[in-house]
Ligand binder design. Structure first.
Ligand SMILES: [Zn+2]
Ligand SMILES: [Zn+2]
Ligand SMILES: [Zn+2]
Length: 766
């Protein structure tokens, strides 16, 4: 038998908490191989010995068919002298934390487990915390790596003999399932009133279901925090939720009992179905079906719904024949991050809900539902949370960097041992407790990965709490311009090696000249950029209120055009408009802006009469929602060349909008024409730029590209003119992706020795 071999195999990636060791154990046994498998730090190490052909088969199967939820990023195979082992075994985890760590995300319940909770004969019948090696909570309950029960909040529950025997039997699908539990030994549900007092109930979940059906509001503790739930058929209950939560307009997420029910309320493409039913179970933004089955107050003024499918046993048990849709809104009060600690939830949500449905397993990391959309049958992550975070992308540098992100849609990115680990969305840092959670998460990421970043990457905006924190540290730091970070987020995600042209359309970002940028055309790479074009500056008045009150953008643009806006904005008091005009005249609280986001606000105020917003980007979202897709017209526009920079004007465009308004054209027509104009003018610009620099790779980035109409139209137009386009997919194109962009940019700059240390605040990337 001279073909006997022995190998040591190291696999890294998302390989813990996904049933990797039992999977390997089974495969090795089936092929008659011997050796062992172990978690070491966050790497899975295998010693495998036996016939060479069988080992090959074993490795091929491992790579081609890993367990669901696993993501092998790297595999290292070393040949060794043959040695026989006594069978194949799983050996206990070592605590070697020096190795690369990957943190497994939470996974939605698997089909096998769903079968069990529905089977009257099964011992887990109706047990709301049923899970197995390939499903259940992970990141939200992990204290430290490696992923073992003792390092999670499941440490509080001792396995009963029946569960222990499953855990110990190699043939059981719960073999070495760290979160294994049942009704006898695992977490338990209780139903409480709004004051947190227990309510007698034999089956809390059945009682909760009845209460939901009757129109009551329930705070439900889930995987990463609390949801505020009510019957999605009940218009009054939804109104009450909106009133109590102080959320007048913001779209509310729906949980549909299954795919068939989701299809009754939305159009669902093949890709959308794949994502809805994936184990990551995000909220998918889908096109509403007409006529609407559910009340209009779920997502007023917009043409899509955020829909997800149940992702825990508990969720499945909440539905019945007459309760097919639930509102599952984030459990927070307006302006705060998601509640996940029981005491905090009872205190903060007691005035919103009528009841609480809670359990006694501690959530260690708050994490919201992820939000994704599908554009041209490709997935785009809009909010990275449960199931998606922490996300891991390879960036080949040796230094360790903590990237701070921006202010809105905050997230952190920790670059460690050649991988960028991006955290979940943590809300806006200016909200009351988001900043606290953000700092806690920073510590947690460092502990989980055993990282000690030497460099901090941050935004240029000194008003951001993330920047202020960075400036206070004595370590080396690298300021990254906001739109360069957006551009690099895309360059790094697609691993582009050559210079690209970046079309970065955004709300707000500090420019290197002190103005607010957001309509930018850049040329550059990870390490540097040149601003080759932008939308013409306008003087905006009102600081933060300019964002929350789109009429201010409209009045500012019109003032710059010498047009009296009082009549056009007649739902705003003329005293307010006059005060704004006066303030611009005397330069009080004014700033220069090239932000496309504000131009969209201006047009929405004029066309949709959207003067105030109550959630982020509401004005632009409503403007996009009314587009008449068959319109191909566009407004005249101008492009000026000044000091080697192109400048796109807004006067001709807005004059066109005003003319159409006067002629009584519909909002649908004007909106389409305006969107088309932004595309035409932009593509015209990049054609001019290409004729000088010869670059035909285009990177599209910034929050404005969450606008699917604009993104699709821009991609199509650029393709017709021979460009190659790239946009973010796994990384959010909005400010949720800034930290990743900062990390990748700073890594490149550090590699080139191009960074400042201490707190000089000097920019190094323009
Ligand atoms: Zn399962
Ligand atoms: Zn048990
Ligand atoms: Zn941005």
């Amino acid at each position: 038998m001279n073909d006997l071999k022995r190998y040591t195999v190291h696999i890294t990636g998302i390989v813990q908490g996904v049933g990797m060791r039992p999977h390997i154990y089974k495969a090795a046994n089936q092929l008659g191989l011997c050796g062992w498998v172990s978690n070491q730090g966050a790497t899975v190490v295998i010693k495998i010995a036996g016939g060479n052909k069988s080992i090959r088969e074993f490795l091929t199967a491992l790579l081609e068919n890993p367990p669901v939820g696993a993501k092998i990023s790297n595999i290292k195979i070393e040949s060794e002298c043959y040695k026989a082992y006594n069978g194949f075994s799983i050996i206990n985890s070592s605590t070697d934390n020096q190795l690369q760590g990957f943190i497994p995300p939470d996974m939605g319940i698997c089909d096998e487990c769903i079968k069990e909770i529905r089977d009257k004969m099964n011992r887990r019948y109706m047990y709301p915390f049923t899970n197995c090696t390939s499903c259940g909570p992970r990141y939200s309950i992990i204290k430290t790596l490696p992923y073992d029960r003792d390092n999670t909040s499941m440490i509080a529950f001792e396995m009963c003999p029946a569960c222990m025997s499953e855990y110990e039997s190699p043939d059981n699908r719960r073999f070495h399932a760290q979160t294994n539990c049942c009704a006898d030994c695992g977490p338990k549900l209780s139903l409480l009133d709004s004051n947190g007092k227990p309510i007698d109930s034999i089956h809390p979940v059945t009682s909760a279901r009845q209460l939901l059906y009757e129109g009551r509001l329930i705070g439900i503790k889930g995987i990463g925090g609390y949801h505020l739930a009510c019957n999605a058929f009940d218009e009054k209950a939804i109104d009450l939720l909106r009133k109590r939560k102080r959320r007048p307009d913001r779209p509310l997420a729906i949980m549909a009992v299954n795919l068939e029910s989701a299809r009754l309320i939305c159009k669902i493409t093949g890709k959308e179905e794949e994502i809805l039913t994936s184990r990551q179970r995000p909220i998918v933004l889908l096109e509403k079906k007409n006529p609407q089955l559910l009340p209009n107050n779920i997502a007023p003024g917009i043409n899509r719904l955020g829909v997800m499918l149940p992702y825990t046993s508990l969720h499945h048990l909440l539905f019945h024949e007459e309760l097919q849709y639930l509102i599952m809104s984030s459990g927070n009060i307006s302006g705060m991050s998601i509640c996940y600690k029981d005491e905090e939830a009872f205190e903060k949500l007691k005035d919103i809900v009528d009841f609480f449905l809670v359990h006694n397993r501690e959530i260690l990391t708050p994490i919201d539902d992820s939000v994704v959309r599908v554009v041209d049958e490709k997935e785009m992550v809009s909010r990275s949370g449960r199931g998606y975070s922490p996300s891991t992308l390879q960036i080949d540098v040796s230094c360790e960097i903590m990237a701070m992100g921006a202010e809105q849609k905050s997230a952190l990115c920790l670059l460690h041992k050649g991988y960028a680990h991006s955290t979940q969305y943590m809300g806006n840092l200016d909200e009351m407790n988001a900043y606290e959670e953000y700092l806690k998460n920073m510590k947690r990421m460092k502990v989980l990965l055993g990282a000690e970043p030497q460099i901090i990457a941050h935004d240029l905006h000194t008003g951001y709490l993330s920047t202020q924190w960075a400036i206070k540290q004595s370590d080396g730091r690298i300021p990254i311009q906001h739109h360069h970070a957006h551009m690099v987020a895309c360059i790094a995600e697609h691993d582009l090696k050559k210079d690209a042209i970046g079309i970065i359309y955004d709300g707000t970002g500090m420019g290197t000249d002190g103005a607010v940028w957001g309509g930018e055309i850049l040329i550059g790479s990870k390490g540097r950029f040149l601003r080759v074009g932008h939308w013409k500056y306008v003087t905006l008045q009102g600081g933060d209120s300019a964002i929350k009150e789109p009429w201010r953008s409209a009045a500012s643009y019109l003032y710059a055009m010498g047009i009296n806006s009082e009549e056009l904005l007649n739902s705003v008091s003329s005293l307010k408009v006059k005060a704004l005009q006066n303030a611009i005249r005397h330069n009080v609280n004014c700033f220069k802006s090239s932000s496309i986001g504000r131009l969209f606000d201006c047009v929405s105020a004029l066309v949709m009469k959207r003067m105030h917003i109550t959630y982020d980007a509401q004005a632009a979202i409503e403007l996009e929602s009314v587009i008449e897709p068959d319109v191909t017209d566009f407004y005249p526009y101008s492009i000026k060349e000044e000091e080697e920079k192109l400048e796109v004007g807004y006067k001709e465009i807005l004059s066109g909008v005003l003319r159409d308004l006067k002629d009584g054209m519909t909002a649908s027509y004007i909106s389409a024409k305006f969107h088309n104009t932004v595309c035409e003018a932009t593509i015209d610009c990049v054609c001019k730029i290409r004729s000088k620099c010869g670059i035909d790779d285009i990177v599209l980035g910034g929050g404005v590209f969450e606008n699917a109409y604009l993104l699709k139209k821009m991609k199509r137009g650029l393709k017709e003119r021979g460009f190659y386009t790239y946009h973010n997919m796994n990384i959010p194109t909005n400010d949720g992706g800034i930290a990743f962009g900062q990390a990748a940019a700073a890594a490149q700059m550090a590699k080139e020795g191009n960074y400042v240390s201490g707190s000089s605040g000097k920019d190094c990337n323009h």
